[in-house]
Design a protein around this ligand. Structure first.
Ligand code: PEP
Ligand code: CO
Length: 461
Protein backbone atom coordinates (compact mmCIF):
# COMPACT_ATOMS: atom_id res chain seq x y z
CA UNK A 1 0.00 0.00 0.00
CA UNK A 2 1.58 3.26 -1.10
CA UNK A 3 1.33 6.14 1.35
CA UNK A 4 1.23 9.72 0.25
CA UNK A 5 4.38 11.56 1.19
CA UNK A 6 2.92 15.01 1.64
CA UNK A 7 -0.24 14.15 3.56
CA UNK A 8 0.20 12.39 6.89
CA UNK A 9 -1.53 9.01 6.69
CA UNK A 10 -4.86 8.32 8.30
CA UNK A 11 -5.23 4.82 9.63
CA UNK A 12 -7.06 2.43 7.36
CA UNK A 13 -10.07 1.53 9.48
CA UNK A 14 -10.19 -2.28 9.29
CA UNK A 15 -13.74 -2.41 10.54
CA UNK A 16 -15.07 0.08 8.00
CA UNK A 17 -16.52 -0.26 4.49
CA UNK A 18 -18.51 2.15 2.28
CA UNK A 19 -21.64 0.34 3.45
CA UNK A 20 -20.84 -0.09 7.16
CA UNK A 21 -23.11 2.91 7.89
CA UNK A 22 -26.05 0.62 7.14
CA UNK A 23 -25.59 -1.11 10.52
CA UNK A 24 -26.06 2.22 12.36
CA UNK A 25 -29.17 4.32 12.97
CA UNK A 26 -29.51 6.45 9.82
CA UNK A 27 -31.66 9.50 10.38
CA UNK A 28 -32.91 11.82 7.62
CA UNK A 29 -33.04 9.08 4.96
CA UNK A 30 -36.00 8.60 2.59
CA UNK A 31 -38.00 5.39 2.64
CA UNK A 32 -37.61 4.09 -0.88
CA UNK A 33 -40.74 2.06 -1.58
CA UNK A 34 -39.16 -0.36 -4.09
CA UNK A 35 -35.92 -2.07 -2.96
CA UNK A 36 -35.18 -3.58 -6.39
CA UNK A 37 -35.52 -0.20 -8.08
CA UNK A 38 -33.15 1.31 -5.51
CA UNK A 39 -30.57 -1.47 -5.96
CA UNK A 40 -30.65 -0.97 -9.70
CA UNK A 41 -30.00 2.78 -9.36
CA UNK A 42 -27.16 2.17 -6.88
CA UNK A 43 -25.54 -0.31 -9.25
CA UNK A 44 -25.73 2.20 -12.10
CA UNK A 45 -24.36 4.98 -9.90
CA UNK A 46 -21.44 2.78 -8.84
CA UNK A 47 -20.44 2.43 -12.50
CA UNK A 48 -20.64 6.09 -13.45
CA UNK A 49 -17.42 8.11 -13.51
CA UNK A 50 -16.35 10.08 -10.47
CA UNK A 51 -16.89 13.85 -10.35
CA UNK A 52 -13.58 14.70 -8.72
CA UNK A 53 -10.20 13.01 -8.43
CA UNK A 54 -8.24 11.71 -5.46
CA UNK A 55 -5.38 14.14 -6.09
CA UNK A 56 -7.74 17.12 -6.01
CA UNK A 57 -9.17 15.82 -2.75
CA UNK A 58 -5.72 15.43 -1.21
CA UNK A 59 -4.65 18.83 -2.52
CA UNK A 60 -7.65 20.41 -0.78
CA UNK A 61 -6.67 18.64 2.44
CA UNK A 62 -3.28 20.30 2.13
CA UNK A 63 -4.90 23.71 1.58
CA UNK A 64 -7.13 23.22 4.61
CA UNK A 65 -4.07 22.29 6.67
CA UNK A 66 -2.74 25.73 5.66
CA UNK A 67 -6.03 27.26 6.81
CA UNK A 68 -5.57 25.55 10.20
CA UNK A 69 -2.12 27.17 10.44
CA UNK A 70 -3.41 30.63 9.44
CA UNK A 71 -1.70 30.65 6.05
CA UNK A 72 -4.96 30.72 4.05
CA UNK A 73 -8.58 31.73 4.56
CA UNK A 74 -11.53 29.47 3.69
CA UNK A 75 -14.53 30.80 1.77
CA UNK A 76 -17.28 28.20 1.46
CA UNK A 77 -20.55 29.28 -0.07
CA UNK A 78 -23.46 28.61 -2.36
CA UNK A 79 -27.12 27.72 -2.32
CA UNK A 80 -28.88 26.17 0.63
CA UNK A 81 -30.09 23.57 -1.86
CA UNK A 82 -29.47 23.32 -5.56
CA UNK A 83 -32.45 22.33 -7.67
CA UNK A 84 -32.37 20.40 -10.93
CA UNK A 85 -34.10 23.31 -12.69
CA UNK A 86 -31.44 25.76 -11.53
CA UNK A 87 -28.70 23.89 -13.35
CA UNK A 88 -28.46 26.72 -15.90
CA UNK A 89 -25.69 28.80 -17.39
CA UNK A 90 -26.50 32.21 -15.79
CA UNK A 91 -27.17 30.83 -12.31
CA UNK A 92 -23.95 28.83 -12.24
CA UNK A 93 -21.78 31.57 -13.72
CA UNK A 94 -23.23 34.32 -11.49
CA UNK A 95 -22.65 32.22 -8.38
CA UNK A 96 -19.09 31.60 -9.49
CA UNK A 97 -18.61 35.29 -10.18
CA UNK A 98 -19.75 36.44 -6.76
CA UNK A 99 -17.58 33.82 -5.06
CA UNK A 100 -14.56 34.90 -7.12
CA UNK A 101 -15.16 38.56 -6.37
CA UNK A 102 -15.59 37.88 -2.66
CA UNK A 103 -12.42 35.86 -2.64
CA UNK A 104 -10.52 38.71 -4.30
CA UNK A 105 -11.79 41.16 -1.68
CA UNK A 106 -10.72 38.74 1.05
CA UNK A 107 -7.34 37.92 -0.47
CA UNK A 108 -6.55 41.57 -0.92
CA UNK A 109 -7.87 42.73 2.43
CA UNK A 110 -6.59 39.87 4.57
CA UNK A 111 -3.36 39.50 2.61
CA UNK A 112 -3.96 35.77 2.53
CA UNK A 113 -4.72 33.37 -0.31
CA UNK A 114 -8.32 32.16 -0.20
CA UNK A 115 -9.44 28.55 -0.52
CA UNK A 116 -12.67 28.66 -2.51
CA UNK A 117 -15.21 25.92 -1.88
CA UNK A 118 -18.65 25.98 -3.49
CA UNK A 119 -21.78 24.52 -1.97
CA UNK A 120 -22.59 23.11 -5.39
CA UNK A 121 -22.38 20.21 -7.83
CA UNK A 122 -24.16 17.88 -5.41
CA UNK A 123 -25.99 19.99 -2.79
CA UNK A 124 -29.31 18.32 -3.64
CA UNK A 125 -30.44 16.61 -0.40
CA UNK A 126 -31.97 18.47 2.56
CA UNK A 127 -32.58 17.47 6.17
CA UNK A 128 -36.15 18.07 7.34
CA UNK A 129 -37.78 18.44 10.73
CA UNK A 130 -40.40 15.74 10.03
CA UNK A 131 -40.66 12.64 7.81
CA UNK A 132 -44.13 13.54 6.57
CA UNK A 133 -46.23 16.59 5.82
CA UNK A 134 -50.01 16.82 6.24
CA UNK A 135 -52.25 19.22 4.30
CA UNK A 136 -56.05 19.15 4.48
CA UNK A 137 -56.01 15.71 6.05
CA UNK A 138 -53.66 14.27 3.41
CA UNK A 139 -50.28 12.99 4.66
CA UNK A 140 -47.35 12.54 2.25
CA UNK A 141 -43.58 12.08 2.62
CA UNK A 142 -41.86 15.44 3.08
CA UNK A 143 -39.78 16.96 0.28
CA UNK A 144 -36.12 15.99 0.88
CA UNK A 145 -34.43 17.75 -2.01
CA UNK A 146 -34.41 17.13 -5.77
CA UNK A 147 -32.15 14.11 -5.50
CA UNK A 148 -34.89 12.35 -3.51
CA UNK A 149 -38.31 13.62 -4.64
CA UNK A 150 -40.14 16.70 -5.98
CA UNK A 151 -41.68 19.57 -3.98
CA UNK A 152 -45.26 19.47 -5.41
CA UNK A 153 -47.75 18.14 -2.86
CA UNK A 154 -48.89 15.07 -4.82
CA UNK A 155 -48.33 11.41 -4.13
CA UNK A 156 -46.33 10.96 -7.29
CA UNK A 157 -44.07 13.98 -6.73
CA UNK A 158 -43.31 13.08 -3.13
CA UNK A 159 -42.52 9.42 -3.80
CA UNK A 160 -38.78 8.93 -3.24
CA UNK A 161 -37.51 8.03 -6.71
CA UNK A 162 -34.13 6.25 -7.04
CA UNK A 163 -33.77 7.47 -10.65
CA UNK A 164 -33.21 10.90 -9.15
CA UNK A 165 -29.90 9.64 -7.76
CA UNK A 166 -28.67 9.19 -11.33
CA UNK A 167 -30.10 12.54 -12.38
CA UNK A 168 -28.42 14.22 -9.38
CA UNK A 169 -25.09 12.76 -10.46
CA UNK A 170 -25.64 14.02 -14.01
CA UNK A 171 -26.65 17.53 -12.89
CA UNK A 172 -23.61 17.65 -10.58
CA UNK A 173 -21.37 16.58 -13.46
CA UNK A 174 -22.83 19.28 -15.74
CA UNK A 175 -22.32 21.93 -13.07
CA UNK A 176 -18.80 20.75 -12.41
CA UNK A 177 -17.99 20.64 -16.11
CA UNK A 178 -19.17 24.20 -16.67
CA UNK A 179 -17.35 25.53 -13.59
CA UNK A 180 -14.11 23.84 -14.65
CA UNK A 181 -14.46 25.20 -18.19
CA UNK A 182 -15.14 28.72 -16.95
CA UNK A 183 -12.18 28.68 -14.61
CA UNK A 184 -9.85 27.20 -17.22
CA UNK A 185 -11.08 29.63 -19.85
CA UNK A 186 -10.11 32.75 -17.91
CA UNK A 187 -13.63 33.57 -16.68
CA UNK A 188 -12.01 35.47 -13.85
CA UNK A 189 -11.48 38.50 -16.01
CA UNK A 190 -11.94 40.62 -12.95
CA UNK A 191 -9.80 43.60 -13.73
CA UNK A 192 -12.51 45.33 -15.78
CA UNK A 193 -14.40 47.77 -13.56
CA UNK A 194 -17.65 47.07 -15.43
CA UNK A 195 -17.45 43.48 -14.24
CA UNK A 196 -18.16 44.66 -10.70
CA UNK A 197 -21.76 45.66 -10.12
CA UNK A 198 -21.24 48.29 -7.47
CA UNK A 199 -24.41 50.38 -7.59
CA UNK A 200 -25.24 49.19 -4.06
CA UNK A 201 -22.11 50.78 -2.66
CA UNK A 202 -23.75 54.22 -2.94
CA UNK A 203 -26.26 53.10 -0.33
CA UNK A 204 -23.63 52.11 2.17
CA UNK A 205 -22.19 54.32 4.89
CA UNK A 206 -18.85 52.76 3.97
CA UNK A 207 -19.06 53.92 0.36
CA UNK A 208 -15.64 55.57 0.16
CA UNK A 209 -13.83 52.66 1.78
CA UNK A 210 -15.48 50.14 -0.55
CA UNK A 211 -14.73 52.12 -3.70
CA UNK A 212 -11.09 52.46 -2.71
CA UNK A 213 -10.84 48.77 -2.07
CA UNK A 214 -12.22 47.81 -5.46
CA UNK A 215 -9.91 50.29 -7.19
CA UNK A 216 -6.95 48.93 -5.24
CA UNK A 217 -7.86 45.37 -6.27
CA UNK A 218 -8.07 46.47 -9.91
CA UNK A 219 -4.62 48.06 -9.69
CA UNK A 220 -3.15 44.95 -8.06
CA UNK A 221 -4.62 42.70 -10.73
CA UNK A 222 -3.27 44.82 -13.56
CA UNK A 223 0.13 44.83 -11.89
CA UNK A 224 0.15 41.04 -11.49
CA UNK A 225 -0.93 40.49 -15.08
CA UNK A 226 1.74 42.82 -16.39
CA UNK A 227 4.27 40.97 -14.32
CA UNK A 228 3.13 37.52 -15.42
CA UNK A 229 2.29 38.51 -19.00
CA UNK A 230 -0.94 36.53 -18.89
CA UNK A 231 -4.50 36.86 -17.54
CA UNK A 232 -5.17 36.25 -13.87
CA UNK A 233 -7.56 33.40 -14.60
CA UNK A 234 -4.61 31.31 -15.73
CA UNK A 235 -2.63 31.58 -12.53
CA UNK A 236 -4.04 28.49 -10.89
CA UNK A 237 -5.27 25.27 -12.39
CA UNK A 238 -7.74 23.82 -9.92
CA UNK A 239 -9.00 26.96 -8.34
CA UNK A 240 -12.38 25.87 -7.11
CA UNK A 241 -13.51 23.01 -4.95
CA UNK A 242 -16.93 21.52 -4.34
CA UNK A 243 -18.75 20.52 -1.20
CA UNK A 244 -22.15 19.27 -0.17
CA UNK A 245 -23.81 17.87 2.91
CA UNK A 246 -23.16 14.12 2.96
CA UNK A 247 -26.75 13.50 3.93
CA UNK A 248 -28.15 10.94 1.51
CA UNK A 249 -25.92 7.99 2.23
CA UNK A 250 -27.42 5.92 -0.59
CA UNK A 251 -25.82 8.48 -2.93
CA UNK A 252 -22.49 8.73 -1.14
CA UNK A 253 -21.91 4.97 -0.84
CA UNK A 254 -21.63 4.06 -4.55
CA UNK A 255 -19.56 7.20 -5.17
CA UNK A 256 -17.02 5.95 -2.60
CA UNK A 257 -14.16 4.39 -4.52
CA UNK A 258 -10.63 3.10 -4.34
CA UNK A 259 -8.15 4.36 -6.91
CA UNK A 260 -4.88 3.02 -8.31
CA UNK A 261 -1.70 4.13 -6.50
CA UNK A 262 -3.57 5.45 -3.45
CA UNK A 263 -4.53 3.66 -0.29
CA UNK A 264 -7.94 3.90 1.33
CA UNK A 265 -11.31 5.16 0.12
CA UNK A 266 -12.39 8.46 -1.39
CA UNK A 267 -15.81 9.99 -1.79
CA UNK A 268 -15.47 10.93 -5.43
CA UNK A 269 -18.72 12.88 -5.70
CA UNK A 270 -17.25 15.95 -4.01
CA UNK A 271 -14.00 17.25 -2.60
CA UNK A 272 -15.32 18.23 0.79
CA UNK A 273 -18.41 16.52 2.28
CA UNK A 274 -19.82 17.83 5.54
CA UNK A 275 -21.99 16.38 8.29
CA UNK A 276 -25.06 18.48 9.12
CA UNK A 277 -26.08 19.41 12.63
CA UNK A 278 -28.99 16.95 12.62
CA UNK A 279 -26.87 13.97 11.65
CA UNK A 280 -23.76 14.45 13.81
CA UNK A 281 -24.57 11.69 16.35
CA UNK A 282 -21.47 9.85 17.54
CA UNK A 283 -22.99 6.41 16.89
CA UNK A 284 -25.02 7.44 13.88
CA UNK A 285 -24.67 6.37 10.25
CA UNK A 286 -23.26 9.69 9.01
CA UNK A 287 -20.30 9.80 11.38
CA UNK A 288 -19.69 6.11 10.65
CA UNK A 289 -19.65 6.77 6.89
CA UNK A 290 -17.40 9.83 7.08
CA UNK A 291 -14.78 8.35 9.39
CA UNK A 292 -13.65 5.91 6.67
CA UNK A 293 -13.06 8.24 3.72
CA UNK A 294 -9.89 10.21 3.09
CA UNK A 295 -11.63 13.43 2.02
CA UNK A 296 -11.41 16.42 4.30
CA UNK A 297 -14.58 16.41 6.41
CA UNK A 298 -16.66 19.32 7.63
CA UNK A 299 -18.94 19.08 10.62
CA UNK A 300 -21.58 21.57 11.70
CA UNK A 301 -21.60 22.41 15.39
CA UNK A 302 -24.71 23.92 16.95
CA UNK A 303 -25.56 25.65 20.24
CA UNK A 304 -26.61 22.42 21.97
CA UNK A 305 -23.32 20.61 21.26
CA UNK A 306 -21.51 19.80 24.53
CA UNK A 307 -17.70 19.94 24.72
CA UNK A 308 -17.18 16.27 25.70
CA UNK A 309 -19.61 15.14 23.02
CA UNK A 310 -17.66 17.18 20.45
CA UNK A 311 -14.33 15.74 21.57
CA UNK A 312 -15.66 12.19 21.20
CA UNK A 313 -16.81 12.82 17.63
CA UNK A 314 -13.45 14.42 16.82
CA UNK A 315 -11.72 11.26 18.12
CA UNK A 316 -13.73 9.17 15.69
CA UNK A 317 -13.41 11.42 12.64
CA UNK A 318 -9.81 12.50 13.12
CA UNK A 319 -8.07 9.86 15.26
CA UNK A 320 -4.58 10.93 14.15
CA UNK A 321 -5.10 14.68 14.64
CA UNK A 322 -4.16 15.58 11.10
CA UNK A 323 -4.34 19.25 10.13
CA UNK A 324 -6.79 19.69 7.25
CA UNK A 325 -8.77 16.56 8.04
CA UNK A 326 -11.54 18.17 10.06
CA UNK A 327 -13.28 21.54 9.75
CA UNK A 328 -15.69 22.47 12.51
CA UNK A 329 -18.35 24.83 11.19
CA UNK A 330 -20.06 26.56 14.09
CA UNK A 331 -23.54 27.94 13.54
CA UNK A 332 -24.80 29.27 16.84
CA UNK A 333 -26.90 32.35 16.09
CA UNK A 334 -26.02 35.94 16.98
CA UNK A 335 -27.80 35.58 20.33
CA UNK A 336 -26.07 32.38 21.42
CA UNK A 337 -22.58 32.50 20.00
CA UNK A 338 -21.08 34.38 22.97
CA UNK A 339 -22.26 31.67 25.40
CA UNK A 340 -22.12 28.57 23.25
CA UNK A 341 -18.80 28.93 21.43
CA UNK A 342 -16.16 29.63 24.14
CA UNK A 343 -16.52 26.28 26.01
CA UNK A 344 -16.13 24.38 22.74
CA UNK A 345 -13.05 26.37 21.70
CA UNK A 346 -11.50 25.87 25.13
CA UNK A 347 -12.11 22.11 25.12
CA UNK A 348 -10.79 21.57 21.60
CA UNK A 349 -7.75 23.72 22.30
CA UNK A 350 -7.02 21.97 25.61
CA UNK A 351 -7.20 18.62 23.81
CA UNK A 352 -4.52 19.86 21.39
CA UNK A 353 -6.79 19.33 18.39
CA UNK A 354 -5.67 20.86 15.06
CA UNK A 355 -9.05 21.55 13.50
CA UNK A 356 -10.05 24.32 11.11
CA UNK A 357 -12.65 26.58 12.69
CA UNK A 358 -15.19 28.07 10.32
CA UNK A 359 -18.19 30.31 11.05
CA UNK A 360 -21.58 29.70 9.46
CA UNK A 361 -23.50 32.83 10.49
CA UNK A 362 -26.58 31.78 8.51
CA UNK A 363 -28.19 28.72 10.08
CA UNK A 364 -28.49 30.01 13.64
CA UNK A 365 -30.14 33.20 12.41
CA UNK A 366 -33.13 31.96 10.43
CA UNK A 367 -36.48 33.36 11.52
CA UNK A 368 -40.08 33.16 10.33
CA UNK A 369 -41.91 36.46 9.98
CA UNK A 370 -45.60 36.87 10.87
CA UNK A 371 -46.40 36.40 7.17
CA UNK A 372 -44.77 32.95 7.34
CA UNK A 373 -41.81 34.01 5.17
CA UNK A 374 -38.45 32.61 6.29
CA UNK A 375 -35.72 35.23 6.40
CA UNK A 376 -32.42 36.21 7.99
CA UNK A 377 -31.37 39.70 9.04
CA UNK A 378 -28.08 40.94 7.62
CA UNK A 379 -27.34 42.58 10.98
CA UNK A 380 -27.59 39.23 12.78
CA UNK A 381 -25.40 37.51 10.19
CA UNK A 382 -22.84 40.28 10.51
CA UNK A 383 -23.07 40.26 14.29
CA UNK A 384 -22.51 36.51 14.63
CA UNK A 385 -19.51 36.70 12.32
CA UNK A 386 -17.96 39.68 14.09
CA UNK A 387 -18.52 38.12 17.50
CA UNK A 388 -16.95 34.89 16.24
CA UNK A 389 -13.75 36.72 15.27
CA UNK A 390 -13.58 38.33 18.73
CA UNK A 391 -14.37 35.10 20.58
CA UNK A 392 -11.63 33.23 18.73
CA UNK A 393 -9.16 36.04 19.40
CA UNK A 394 -10.00 35.93 23.12
CA UNK A 395 -9.70 32.13 23.21
CA UNK A 396 -6.35 32.08 21.42
CA UNK A 397 -7.84 30.05 18.56
CA UNK A 398 -8.16 31.04 14.92
CA UNK A 399 -11.29 31.61 12.86
CA UNK A 400 -10.08 30.18 9.57
CA UNK A 401 -13.05 30.76 7.34
CA UNK A 402 -16.70 31.43 6.67
CA UNK A 403 -19.55 29.28 5.39
CA UNK A 404 -22.35 31.21 3.68
CA UNK A 405 -25.59 30.64 1.83
CA UNK A 406 -25.52 32.97 -1.14
CA UNK A 407 -26.43 33.40 -4.76
CA UNK A 408 -25.13 35.63 -7.53
CA UNK A 409 -28.68 36.82 -8.30
CA UNK A 410 -30.41 39.89 -6.96
CA UNK A 411 -32.92 37.97 -4.89
CA UNK A 412 -34.61 39.49 -1.85
CA UNK A 413 -34.52 36.79 0.78
CA UNK A 414 -32.41 38.22 3.62
CA UNK A 415 -33.40 41.57 5.16
CA UNK A 416 -31.03 44.51 5.63
CA UNK A 417 -27.66 45.18 4.02
CA UNK A 418 -26.56 48.42 2.35
CA UNK A 419 -29.91 48.81 0.59
CA UNK A 420 -31.70 47.94 3.81
CA UNK A 421 -34.18 45.43 2.36
CA UNK A 422 -37.35 45.35 4.43
CA UNK A 423 -40.13 42.83 4.94
CA UNK A 424 -42.10 44.30 2.03
CA UNK A 425 -39.11 43.81 -0.31
CA UNK A 426 -39.00 40.10 0.44
CA UNK A 427 -41.97 39.24 -1.77
CA UNK A 428 -40.35 40.93 -4.79
CA UNK A 429 -37.71 38.32 -5.63
CA UNK A 430 -37.87 35.51 -3.10
CA UNK A 431 -36.77 32.39 -5.00
CA UNK A 432 -35.35 29.98 -2.44
CA UNK A 433 -37.51 26.95 -1.70
CA UNK A 434 -35.45 26.32 1.43
CA UNK A 435 -33.26 28.78 3.38
CA UNK A 436 -32.95 32.51 2.53
CA UNK A 437 -29.67 33.43 0.82
CA UNK A 438 -27.52 36.54 0.69
CA UNK A 439 -27.89 38.18 -2.72
CA UNK A 440 -25.01 39.44 -4.88
CA UNK A 441 -24.77 42.79 -3.14
CA UNK A 442 -25.16 41.47 0.39
CA UNK A 443 -22.49 38.81 -0.27
CA UNK A 444 -19.97 41.35 -1.49
CA UNK A 445 -20.80 43.67 1.39
CA UNK A 446 -20.23 40.86 3.87
CA UNK A 447 -16.82 40.12 2.31
CA UNK A 448 -15.92 43.80 2.76
CA UNK A 449 -17.08 43.68 6.38
CA UNK A 450 -14.99 40.57 7.08
CA UNK A 451 -11.95 42.42 5.80
CA UNK A 452 -12.85 45.44 7.90
CA UNK A 453 -13.20 43.30 11.00
CA UNK A 454 -10.36 40.87 10.52
CA UNK A 455 -7.95 42.92 8.48
CA UNK A 456 -8.45 46.37 9.98
CA UNK A 457 -4.71 46.91 10.04
CA UNK A 458 -4.31 46.37 6.29
CA UNK A 459 -4.10 49.61 4.30
CA UNK A 460 -6.51 49.78 1.37
CA UNK A 461 -5.10 52.49 -0.85
C1 PEP B 1 -27.35 23.63 5.66
O1 PEP B 1 -26.13 23.89 5.67
O2 PEP B 1 -28.11 23.89 4.70
C2 PEP B 1 -27.95 23.05 6.90
C3 PEP B 1 -29.06 22.36 6.88
O3 PEP B 1 -27.21 23.36 7.98
P1 PEP B 1 -27.24 22.80 9.48
O4 PEP B 1 -26.93 21.34 9.39
O5 PEP B 1 -26.15 23.59 10.12
O6 PEP B 1 -28.61 23.11 10.04
CO1 CO C 1 -29.48 25.94 4.61
Amino acid sequence: MKRDATIAPVRMAEDWSPSSWRARPAVQQPNYPDAAELDDALRQLGELPPLVTSWEILALRGLLADVAEGRRFLLQGGDCAESFDDCTSPLISNRLKVMLQMSLVLTHGLQLPVVRVGRFAGQYAKPRSADTETRDGVTLPCYRGDIVNAPAFTEQARRPDPKRLIKGHARSAMTMNFVRALIDGGFADLHHPEYWDLAWVEHSPLQLEYRRRVEAIGDSLRFMETLAGRPVGEFQRVDFHTSHEALLLHYEEPMTRQVPRQWGWFNMSTHFPWIGVRTAELDGAHVEYCRGIRNPIGMKVGPSTKPDQLLRVIDVLDPDNEPGRLTLIHRMGAKHVADALPPLLAAVKAAGRKVVWCSDPMHGNTEALGSGIKTRRFENIRSELEQAFDIHAAAGTRLGGVHLELTGENVTECMGGARDLTESDLTRAYRSSVDPRLNYEQSLELAMLIVRKRGAATPIA
